[in-house]
Design a protein around this ligand. Structure first.
Ligand code: PLP
Length: 406
């Protein structure tokens, strides 16, 4: 049940009626953990009840065909054959699966960028350390002028020892859409495969995984497909599937079945778990497709246009130029903030930026990212409205006035 708002906040979009978001928060952070609409959560509850009515029938006789049905919808949606997709819990698991299973030898090189998501960069460092491989960190600038600023440093770092490149599709901190199709092609021309961390990809931008020729792509459904949490995909190009085992070795490893590939048999049973987030994927796609004229593409176009409009308001409030070209943005926008005076290195791990705390005190939930840069990142989800970003821009103007020396 929706509680009436306590503070007077700008209204979200008309689509917000489908979510149970707190009316006392101006919620501009879909990027961190997504937010699932009520109808999809209700479906998840129905699935849970169905499973618990006869768990043995579900897990021993039914789950395989139900997951096949999910992949039959998801495959065409991401531009891949359904059989080339594994369902995993989250992008972190997808990234770890590939990094821990791709054979790395001492002296091999693994390329990551300074803009890689911290958890994925840690997974790469761990894989390299275990194998005695070398982690090569390339610097991608921000602000930047074009996608060439992404391709050039990555390609320049390739050597005869490069084994794999780990790169984000849409970066967590800077919110940029990287030129994955070009990068994958140009790296393959040099004999190098790519693992794309597409945590923010599915639903935010169109995907054509097979056509791009990408080796490995993992992406969350619980962010921009708005599913319940714990739903993600791992695409593995067919020629690489025989060499890729899941993180959990389970019954599939010695199955004598011949009706499914080893990849299918091994990835489809990681042990007993809750499959309901995956089972909600088709309904989530159908729900999103019904929100705007033009289906999901219409929703993506609406969110992108709103992101650009919101960015204009925030640039004016912060008094800064635009840090990235329009064509490198989708539904996330990050803007540089003045550096914190304190020493970043000395900050505790759970440190929350004072600006983020201050905005929270104004009932605005929006992240201030730390890392190589201090950035404010907005997300534009179906339930957001322009008025919400105007409210943020006004708050930022007040904050700047408070910061200004008297
Ligand atoms: C680029 C990137 N990779 C990985 C993740 C991790 O996603 P999850 O926590 O769902 O595994 C995130 C989360 O925001 C991300 O932005």
């Amino acid at each position: 049940m929706q509680r009436p708002p306590v503070v007077r906040l700008p209204a979200p979009s008309a689509h917000a009626q489908h979510w149970d978001l707190d009316p006392n928060t101006c919620f501009l952070n879909h990027g961190s953990f997504g937010a699932c609409p009520r109808s999809v959560l209700a479906l998840q509850s129905e699935w849970r009840s169905r499973i618990e009515r006869q768990p043995v029938a579900f897990f021993q006789r039914q789950i395989e065909s139900e997951l096949d049905a999910v992949r039959a919808v998801l495959g065409p949606f991401v531009g891949a054959a359904p059989d080339d997709l594994a369902l995993v819990r989250n992008a972190t698991q997808g990234v770890n699966t590939v990094l821990q299973r791709v054979p790395l030898e001492p002296g091999d090189e693994l390329i990551v960028s300074n803009q890689e998501y911290n958890a994925s960069a840690n997974a790469a460092a761990y894989a390299a350390e275990r194998a005695g491989a070398r982690l090569v960190r390339v610097e991608i600038p921000f602000p930047l002028g074009s996608s060439a600023d992404v391709c050039a440093p990555v390609l320049a770092a390739v050597t005869a020892r490069t084994k794999l490149v780990l790169i984000d599709h849409i970066t967590s901190q800077t919110g940029l859409v990287f030129p994955i199709e070009t990068l994958v092609r140009r790296l393959r021309e040099r004999g190098v495969e790519t693992l794309v961390d597409g945590a923010h990809g599915p639903g935010q931008v169109p995907l054509e995984l097979e056509r791009w020729g990408v080796a490995y792509y993992t992406g969350n459904a619980h962010k921009w497909l708005y599913t319940p949490k714990g739903a993600a995909l791992l695409y593995v190009r067919r020629d690489l599937q025989p060499g890729l085992r899941p993180l959990s070795i389970s019954h599939g490893a010695n199955s004598t079945r011949r009706d499914r590939t080893r990849f299918r048999l091994e990835f489809d049973w990681p042990g007993t778990d809750d499959p309901t987030p995956w089972l909600c994927i088709p309904a989530a796609i159908a729900f999103l497709s019904g929100l705007e004229r033009g289906g999901l593409a219409g929703l993506q176009a609406r969110n992108h246009a709103l992101a650009l409009e919101a960015r204009g308001l925030l640039l004016a409030a912060l008094g800064i130029p635009q840090p990235a070209p329009d064509n490198m943005l989708a539904s996330l926008v990050s803007l540089p903030l003045p550096a914190l005076r304190s020493n970043e290195q000395a900050l505790p791990p759970l440190f929350i930026d004072p600006l983020q705390e201050w905005l929270a005190s104004q009932a605005i939930e929006v992240p201030v990212m730390r890392g190589p840069w201090r950035l404010l990142r907005i997300a534009v989800a179906a339930y957001n409205s322009l008025e919400q970003y105007r409210y943020l821009a006004e708050a930022l103007t007040r904050w700047r006035q408070q910061q200004a020396p008297a």
